[in-house]
Write a protein that binds this ligand. Structure first.
Ligand code: ADP
Ligand code: ZN
Ligand code: ZN
Length: 746
C-alpha cells in the first residue's frame, strides 16, 4: 500500500539571508513529508556550504531546475505553521523584483530580529501582581517605614485587574519590592500570556475638538474609501489639523474592528504626538521603533499579526508587519526622506504601502504640509485623490514670511540688525523665538590663519566640524573624531580660526546677546541621551520667553504654542545644491520650520535671511507658498527630463581601491550599452562619475545612472546587469548597490 504523504511536492524553494538573487532548492525528506504538511512561510534548517542555516519556504514544487541527484535534502523543519502570512510574502516578492534586491535578504529584513534567529512565534508570558485578601485588608500605615512597598501596594490598589510589568516600569517599581510584599502575603503573582492581557488605559478618553469645515469634509471623503483600494494625498498646511483627521479615521477603523498603520518618519514621532494618540483611544497601540528591545519588537509584531492590536505606529520597516484586518495605511509627512532606506535593501515605504494596500483592498492616506513632487504629480494626474486643507485649525492663523536682505549688511554673530531687533521685540512680549540653522557643531571649518591649512577627515574628502563643548573635531560623514587642536598641523602657528557658524556657536552667542533669556538648543548632539529631548521640550513649555536654536529636528511634529517668530539664518543653502532635489528639500524644510510659528492664538512671523532676495525660488516660496513653488519646480523637472517625468536607477560602487571601483562601473556601462543597442531600449546611460564626496569612510565611490520614460525596459536592463554583477570577479573587492528611484543622486 502506498503511504499517504502530507506534502506531495518533493522539493521546496527557500529564501536564505545571503546576498544572492535566487531562491535555493532542497529535497523534502520523506520522513518529514509523511508527518508534516509543508507550507510557504514556514522556517526550516538547510545545509548551506559547510553550515546549517535557517531559511523560509517560499514555494513547494513538483520539479527541480537542477539535476535531482544534486539537490540536497533539508535538515529539519522549524515551525508547525507558517510564521509569515501570504500577504507579506507577496510584498517581499514584489519588493525583491522591483528593487532588484536579493530575495532572501528581503524576506529576512521583513522579520523581527528574534524570528530571524529562530525564536518561536509565540507570546511570552509575564508576571502580573494582584492583591491577596490580606493585602486588601491591611492598614497602610503599617507600611510607612517601607515607602517603596507602600508605593507599590498603592499602585496595585489602583489596578484591580492586576499590575503588569509595563505599568511597573512606568511607575519605576522594582521586582525586589514585589517579592518583599509577596513574602508578607500582601500580594500574589499570576503568570499571564502577554497577548491575553491587553492593557486598557485607565484614563478617560479625551473629548475631540469639533472639526472645522475643511477637516469635516476631508474626514467624510476619506471614511467612504475605507475598505477599498484608494490613495489620498492629504495636502494640509502646517497646523491645519491633519493629525486630527487621522485620529477620526483611526477611530472609525477601530470601531469596525479593523487595523490601521500609522507610519512616521524616523525622528518624527515625538512624545507629544504619541500622547495625543494614547489620550484618545482606549485600545492597544503597538509602537515599533529603533529604541526598543528585540523582544518588545517581537511582542508588537505578534500583537499586530494576531489582529489584537488595532493601531500600529512605526517607522519605515513596519510596512512589513503582518496585520490580517488591515484597512488603512497612513503615512505622515509623506515627503520625508527617511521613508527610503539609504543602504542595503533600498526600499521606499511609500511605494510598498501602495502595493500592500492594493493587494488587500486597504486605503492609503499620504499626509504632508509639503508633499513630495512625486505625490503632487500623481495627484495632479488624478492617480491620487487630492484633499487640501488650507486653513489652520482652531484659532491659529498662517504666519507671514519676510525676506531679510543680507547684502552689504554688518552681521553680528550671523544676524543682521533687523533680525536682532525683531527677536528683541518678540522676547519683550514674552514670546518665544526659534532660530533654524541646519548645521550642528560650533563651526563647519577649522583653518590656520597663517598658512591656510584646513582640518580634514583622514577617511573622507570633507572638512572636520569643530565641537567646542566636547573639545573635539568631528567628521559628520564617518563618525571619526579627534581632539580639538590649538596649533596648526602644518606650520605650527597658534593663529587657528573657525569659519562659519553651527548651532552650538549660535546658542553660545545668543546667550551673550540676550542675557536674561533662556537659550535652548535642539539638535542631534544636545538630544543624544535618551530623555534629553523630553527635558528640553518640557523646559520650553515651562518658560514664557525663550530662544530655541535647532536643526531640522525642530521641523518635525513639535508644537510650541508660544513661538511667534522663526528665523531661518541661511535660506540660501539649497540654491546651489548639486542634487536636483536640493530645492525641493530646502523648500520643504523652510516651510516646515516656518510652520512652527504662530500655532496657537498669537500670530506668527518668519524671517528668511538671504543674499539672494530676488532669486525666483526664494521669492516664490516666500510670497506664493509651497504649492506654487512646487508647481513651478515640477514644470522645470518636466523640461529637464527628471523624475517624476523620467524613471531613474543608479548603480553605485565603493572600494578602498579607487581604480577598481571605477572599473566595475565602466564594465557595467559597456554591458548596458551593448544590451540597449541590441534591444533598442529607450534608455539613457550616464557615468561612471564620482560621488560628490568621492572618498567616504575610506571608500572611493562611483555612480552610473540609467534613465527612461518607460519602466519595463529599464527593469529588464537592470535585471540583466544584476545577473552579470553577481558573476563579476571584481565584486570581491568592490561593493555595489542598485538604487531604484534614488532620492540621492550624488
Ligand atoms: P497638523 O498635523 O496639520 O500640523 P494638528 O492636527 O497637529 O495639525 O493640529 C494643530 C493644532 O490644532 C493642534 O494643537 C490641535 O490640537 C489643534 N486642532 C486641530 N483640529 C482642531 C479643531 N478642529 N479645533 C480646534 N483645535 C484643533
Ligand atoms: Zn598653518
Ligand atoms: Zn570622515
Amino acid at each position: 500500500m502506498q503511504e499517504r504523504l502530507l506534502t506531495p511536492e518533493p522539493y521546496v524553494k527557500v529564501a536564505l539571508p545571503v546576498p544572492m538573487r535566487t531562491l535555493f532548492e532542497y529535497k523534502v525528506p520523506k520522513a518529514i513529508a509523511l508527518r508534516h504538511q509543508l507550507l510557504p512561510g514556514m522556517r526550516l534548517k538547510v545545509p548551506f556550504g559547510k553550515q546549517t542555516r535557517l531559511g523560509i519556504i517560499v514555494e513547494l514544487c513538483h520539479q527541480t531546475e537542477w539535476d535531482p541527484e544534486h539537490v540536497k535534502p533539508f535538515t529539519s523543519l522549524h515551525d508547525e505553521s507558517p510564521i509569515m502570512p501570504t500577504a507579506i510574502m507577496d510584498l517581499c516578492n514584489w519588493a525583491s523584483r522591483y528593487y532588484h534586491h536579493p530575495i532572501g535578504e528581503v524576506f529576512f529584513h521583513a522579520l523581527p530580529a528574534l524570528l530571524r534567529k529562530g525564536e518561536s512565534d509565540t507570546f511570552r508570558s509575564e508576571t502580573w501582581w494582584l492583591l491577596t485578601e490580606l493585602g486588601q485588608k491591611i492598614d497602610l500605615s503599617e507600611l510607612k517605614r517601607a515607602p517603596k512597598q507602600l508605593a507599590f501596594l498603592n499602585t496595585v490598589n489602583t489596578h484591580p485587574n492586576g499590575l503588569s510589568p509595563h505599568i511597573m516600569r512606568l511607575h519605576d517599581l522594582q521586582n525586589t519590592t514585589a517579592k518583599a510584599l509577596e513574602e508578607k502575603g500582601l500580594i500574589q503573582r499570576e503568570l499571564r500570556h502577554f497577548s491575553k492581557n491587553v492593557e486598557h488605559h485607565g484614563h478617560q478618553k479625551q473629548v475631540p475638538p469639533t472639526l472645522n469645515n475643511e477637516q469635516a469634509s476631508a474626514v467624510n471623503k476619506l471614511v467612504q474609501s475605507l475598505g477599498r483600494f484608494n490613495v489620498a494625498l492629504l495636502d494640509g498646511i502646517t497646523g491645519s489639523g491633519k493629525t486630527e483627521v487621522y485620529l477620526r479615521l483611526i477611530e472609525t477603523v477601530i470601531k469596525q474592528d479593523q487595523q490601521v498603520f500609522l507610519l512616521v518618519p524616523e525622528i518624527g514621532l515625538t512624545p507629544q504626538t504619541l500622547k495625543r494618540f494614547e489620550d484618545r483611544f482606549t485600545t492597544d497601540i503597538v509602537l515599533l521603533h529603533s529604541n526598543m528591545t528585540d523582544r518588545e519588537r517581537l511582542d508588537g509584531w505578534l500583537m499586530a499579526r494576531s489582529g489584537k492590536a488595532k493601531v500600529i505606529i512605526g517607522t519605515r520597516s513596519s510596512i512589513f508587519v503582518p496585520a490580517p484586518y488591515l484597512s488603512l495605511i497612513i503615512l505622515d509627512e509623506e515627503h520625508d526622506a527617511s521613508y527610503k532606506q539609504q543602504d542595503g535593501f533600498r526600499f521606499h515605504a511609500r511605494d510598498l504601502a501602495l502595493i500592500r494596500a492594493k493587494s488587500v483592498n486597504a486605503s492609503v492616506i499620504l499626509g504632508s504640509a509639503t508633499p513630495s513632487y512625486e505625490s503632487l504629480h500623481n495627484a495632479a494626474q488624478n492617480k491620487f485623490q487630492w484633499i487640501k486643507l488650507r486653513q489652520r485649525a482652531g484659532s491659529a492663523i498662517i504666519p507671514s514670511m519676510e525676506r531679510i536682505d543680507l547684502r552689504g549688511k554688518t552681521l553680528v554673530k550671523g544676524f543682521c540688525e533687523t533680525t536682532l531687533e525683531q527677536i528683541n521685540t518678540h522676547l519683550k512680549r514674552k514670546e518665544q523665538v526659534l532660530i533654524f540653522l541646519n548645521r550642528r557643531g560650533y563651526a563647519p571649518t577649522l583653518m590656520c590663519h597663517d598658512c591656510g591649512w584646513i582640518a580634514t577627515c583622514q577617511n573622507c574628502d570633507v572638512n572636520l566640524t569643530v565641537h567646542k563643548r566636547a573639545n573635539k573635531l568631528h567628521c559628520h560623514h564617518c563618525g571619526h573624531h579627534e581632539p580639538l587642536i590649538n596649533q596648526c598641523a602644518e606650520c605650527h602657528s597658534h593663529e587657528i580660526v573657525t569659519i562659519g557658524e553651527g548651532t552650538e556657536q549660535v546658542e553660545t552667542q545668543l546667550a551673550h546677546l540676550f542675557k536674561d533669556t533662556p537659550v535652548l538648543r535642539i539638535d542631534r548632539d544636545s538630544t543624544s541621551r535618551k530623555e534629553s529631548l523630553n527635558n528640553i521640550t518640557q523646559k520650553i513649555h515651562e518658560h514664557d520667553k525663550a530662544i530655541l536654536v535647532g536643526t531640522q529636528m525642530l521641523a518635525k511634529g513639535h508644537h510650541f504654542p508660544n513661538v511667534t517668530l522663526v528665523v531661518v539664518m541661511d535660506a540660501d543653502v539649497g540654491l546651489f545644491s548639486s542634487d536636483f532635489r536640493g530645492m525641493e528639500r530646502t523648500a520643504q524644510l523652510i516651510t516646515q520650520v516656518a510652520g512652527r510659528a504662530g500655532r496657537a492664538s498669537k500670530p506668527g512671523h518668519v524671517l528668511l535671511q538671504t543674499y539672494h532676495p530676488e532669486n525666483p525660488a526664494i521669492e516664490s516660496l516666500c510670497t506664493l507658498g509651497y504649492e506654487y513653488f512646487a508647481t513651478q519646480g515640477l514644470q522645470e523637472r518636466k523640461t529637464l527630463g527628471l523624475p517624476p517625468y523620467l524613471h531613474q536607477v543608479l548603480i553605485r560602487s565603493e572600494s578602498v581601491d579607487e581604480q577598481q571601483s571605477y572599473l566595475l562601473l565602466e564594465q557595467v556601462r559597456l554591458e548596458a550599452e551593448h544590451v540597449i543597442h541590441h534591444f533598442n531600449y529607450p534608455i539613457q546611460v550616464m557615468g561612471p562619475y564620482s560621488a560628490i564626496i568621492v572618498r567616504k569612510a575610506g571608500q572611493h565611490r562611483y555612480i552610473v545612472t540609467f534613465k527612461s520614460e518607460n519602466r519595463a525596459p529599464l527593469h529588464q536592463l537592470i535585471s540583466q546587469l544584476a545577473k552579470s554583477l553577481e558573476q563579476n570577479p571584481l565584486t570581491r573587492k568592490v561593493r555595489y548597490a542598485i538604487d531604484v528611484d534614488p532620492l540621492e543622486t550624488y
